[in-house]
Design a protein around this ligand. Structure first.
Ligand SMILES: NC(=O)c1ccc[n+]([C@@H]2O[C@H](COP(=O)([O-])OP(=O)(O)OC[C@H]3O[C@@H](n4cnc5c(N)ncnc54)[C@H](OP(=O)(O)O)[C@@H]3O)[C@@H](O)[C@H]2O)c1
Length: 322
């Protein structure tokens, strides 16, 4: 089968289209004839710096839509040919991908494979950040970094659906700000000096909940923008800053909390919890994530260039089936 992989770390040019052996599903797994692959920032980090890459060469890709091709031992509740969306542990940039059955979801009536490929990672992640970890309550204010990206587009809408009082996004350009305002955000700030701008917008109070995928100084500035008893949730390190540390000096004075979340780790440590939260997330009506770029599988490098350039909004997809 055709797949896109990298054999060394580097820029998008290290992605190569190759012929590899068909993967077979192990016990508890299914294989899927892939229709579409969702492109995630984590794929870019894998290619650039080896994020969650066990060995080289490596086929990236964490989410697909398509049809079940084969069932591994012990899998029931699925049929060959059934349309599904799935989270995978890598290996999705390919004509056939393997996924643990616990992270495979039948498509609901009326959902196209194209739409289905946009949501397996992003929607459960944004839901967990707001609800499971962030414990959002009605009327609270929320601050979201990367508001125009995949997770950010969905987080704005989910915060609104949860009854948030004020939803504030942070982005790196005016074009992204205009986009994010269409997806649940009351205010969208540019990254430079966002902490002071949040204080100004909230009359000096700060926000109740801040979601941070950037890390480093941005995480520290978000902590500084929290209201008394505010919570911050770290869920990424787009800045590639050294791992953050927070302690008594930051947390004690105003009773702050910091939480963390990784959908890939949860898939390993508590897959049934992940399934339950994904089902709750998929049940929230009216959440959309526009596909702003669709590329042939062999052109995956172009999708990575778009992500790396920080110009992309919404979701980028790779088209695999003819
Ligand atoms: N923990 C989890 O379970 C989990 C799951 C999914 C995603 N994530 C994380 O959530 C974030 C969003 O993921 P996504 O796949 O939806 O991607 P995305 O938001 O579509 O694209 C990445 C975004 O990161 C922002 N960014 C901030 N600093 C950056 C930098 N130094 N270089 C490049 N981009 C930078 C960019 O927004 P601006 O240009 O507006 O700053 C860009 O839009 C990523 O950090 C990802 O690792 C975590």
């Amino acid at each position: 089968m055709r797949a896109v992989r990298f054999a060394e770390y580097g820029g998008p040019e290290v992605l190569e289209s190759v012929e590899v052996a068909l993967p077979e599903p192990g016990p508890g797994q299914v294989s899927i004839d892939v229709a579409y692959v969702g492109v995630n920032f984590a794929d870019h980090k894998a290619r650039l710096e080896g994020y969650r890459v066990p060995s080289l060469p490596y086929i990236p890709g964490l989410e697909v839509s398509g049809r079940i091709r084969a069932l591994g031992k012990g899998v029931d509740g699925f049929t060959v040919g059934q349309e599904v969306a799935a989270l995978t542990e890598g290996g999705a940039y390919a004509e056939v991908a393997v996924a643990d059955a616990v992270t495979v979801f039948p498509l609901t009536a009326g959902t196209s494979p194209r739409t289905a490929a946009t949501l397996p990672t992003v929607l459960p992640t944004a839901y967990a950040l707001l609800h499971s970890v962030g414990r959002i309550r009605e009327g609270e204010s929320v601050l979201v970094q990367g508001a125009a990206g995949g997770v950010g587009t969905v987080a704005g809408q989910l915060a609104r659906a949860a009854g948030a009082g004020r939803v504030i996004g942070v982005v790196s350009s005016e074009a992204k700000a205009a986009y994010a305002r269409k997806y649940g955000y009351d205010d969208v700030l540019l990254a430079d000096g966002f902490g002071a701008a949040v204080r100004e917008l909230t009359g000096g109070r700060g926000v109740d909940l801040a979601l941070d995928p950037v890390g480093g100084d941005v995480l520290r500035e978000a902590l500084g923008a929290l209201a008394v008893f505010g919570r911050a949730v770290s869920f990424g390190n787009a800045s590639s800053a050294p791992a953050w540390q927070v302690g008594q000096p930051e947390l004690y004075p105003t009773g702050l909390s910091v939480g963390g979340f990784s959908i890939l780790n949860l898939a390993r440590t508590a897959p049934q919890e992940l399934r339950a939260l994904a089902e709750r997330a998929f049940a929230v009506p009216g959440i959309e994530l526009p596909v702003t770029g669709e590329y042939a599988l062999a052109d995956a490098a172009d999708a990575h260039r778009a992500l790396a350039s920080r110009t992309s909004t919404g979701k980028l997809l790779l088209r695999v089936a003819a």
